[in-house]
Design a protein around this ligand. Structure first.
Ligand SMILES: *Cc1c(COP(=O)(O)O)cnc(C)c1O
Length: 393
């Protein structure tokens, strides 16, 4: 896993500043006093006086932000109280009044809700496009386009988008490119190095890694960083130092956790790909994936979230499958230590065609023994198949 295995251990840590403690402690505080009138005036002259307040974050936030920024290769990062908040404030930072925004059709659902309900209310015209098709982008982008927002791989269906090509086209029109990079984390893909302007993480997922915090972070290039942070501050966004501490703790083990998630997910994906009850497995690292070449070109590995279609969509069959699982629990989110399964059925799309038959299921492969996980799925599929045979007889 390249140089990042060492980086995640050391980035953002300055024990010499904290009596030798290896971790930056939790710094809680609203007021931050200065030593004299002249120091206050000095801050004012440098435009920094209003940064002397807890809302702008103290050492706990700054050390986490500096670590993420180094991993993403940006000019600066800003923490947010949720991944969704990182998405919405990145949009608000870049959108212009009366402009046009292009959003990938496979975007995370709540990001779509924000665009459809808040951006539209502000007079922004929101349009969706198939981000795997560069022609769809060139047909829809125009000089009013202020933002192109993509997620790669896309939510639920795991299509990859060509961030470099999308950025090159978008920048010709003066549009900013925002990438939701939560699946890959900055360890497996760095959108800014491929031309994007902001890379967004739901820290809730792999970086937090323990299903006990909600948090986000956005990292911007030099041309976009100031507008991102000012926008976040104008909205009054602030993130709990306790949560940031847990996120920093998660970061230290991110490289080894990801490797385990990756290996187990590939084993399960290959098992499902050959199972007679499965129609198709959606995982960009599989050689059969239409996105495999792009994945090889851009990514340094894969994580542990992917999807598959059951051939059968009969409700009693689907219910039997889900209710026969013992290790995979039904639940939202992913990136934690525990395996999860999500009944999707059909992904919500307005501008791309998805297969209408079959039943879409998303898996989060956790850190359990992959042998046990495979047995769990095998048994549940067998129960559902058995029921099908009995109902035919
Ligand atoms: C979960 C998720 C988010 C939102 O993160 P929260 O921390 O739950 O707000 C954003 N994007 C993607 C791709 C996600 O999976």
């Amino acid at each position: 896993m390249n140089q990042f295995s060492t980086d995640v251990i050391n980035l953002g840590r300055t024990p010499e500043r904290f009596d030798g403690l290896v971790n930056t402690p939790v710094f809680r505080g609203s007021t931050i006093v200065v030593n004299s009138f002249s120091e206050w005036e000095e801050f004012k002259r440098n435009g920094g006086v209003y940064r002397h307040y807890g809302r702008f974050g103290a050492a706990t936030a700054k050390s986490f932000e500096s670590a993420i920024n180094a991993l993403e290769g940006g000019a600066g990062s800003m923490v947010f109280p949720s991944g969704l908040s990182a998405c919405t404030h990145s949009l608000m930072a870049c959108v212009e009044a009366n402009s046009h925004v292009l959003i990938a059709d496979n975007i995370y659902g709540p990001t779509r809700n924000f665009a459809d309900n808040i951006l539209i209310k502000m007079g922004v015209s929101v349009e969706y496009f198939d981000s795997t098709n560069l022609e769809a982008l060139t047909q829809k982008i125009n000089h009013r386009t202020s933002v192109v927002f993509i997620e790669s791989p896309g939510s639920m269906t795991f299509e990859l988008s060509d961030v470099a090509a999308i950025s090159a086209i978008s920048h010709q029109y003066g549009a900013k490119v925002l990438v939701d990079n939560s699946w890959a984390t900055p360890l497996l893909f760095q959108p800014l190095k491929h031309g994007a302007d902001i890379s967004i993480q739901s820290v809730t997922k792999y970086i937090g890694g323990h299903s006990d915090i909600l948090m986000g972070v956005a990292t911007a290039n030099a041309e976009t960083y100031e507008q991102l942070t000012k926008t976040g501050h104008w909205f009054g966004e602030t993130t709990s130092p306790d949560d940031i501490y847990l996120a920093s703790r998660g970061l230290r083990s991110l490289a080894v956790r990801l490797k385990q998630h990756e290996n187990s997910a590939l084993i399960i994906a290959q098992f499902l790909a050959t199972h007679p009850a499965i129609k198709e497995v959606l995982h960009p690292a599989l050689e059969t994936s239409p996105y495999h070449d792009l994945w090889l070109r851009d990514f340094d590995g894969s994580s542990g979230v992917f999807a598959f279609y059951l051939k059968e969509s009969e409700p009693s069959y689907v219910q039997k499958f889900f209710d026969s699982l013992k290790l995979f629990h039904i639940g939202l989110s992913w990136g934690g230590f525990e395996s999860l399964i999500l009944p999707v059925g059909q992904a919500d799309r307005t501008h791309t065609d998805l297969p209408k038959d079959g039943y879409l299921v998303r898996l989060n492969i956790g850190l359990e023994s992959v042998f046990d996980l495979q047995k769990d799925l095998e048994y549940a599929l067998q129960c559902a198949e058995q029921m099908l045979v009995e109902s035919v007889l």
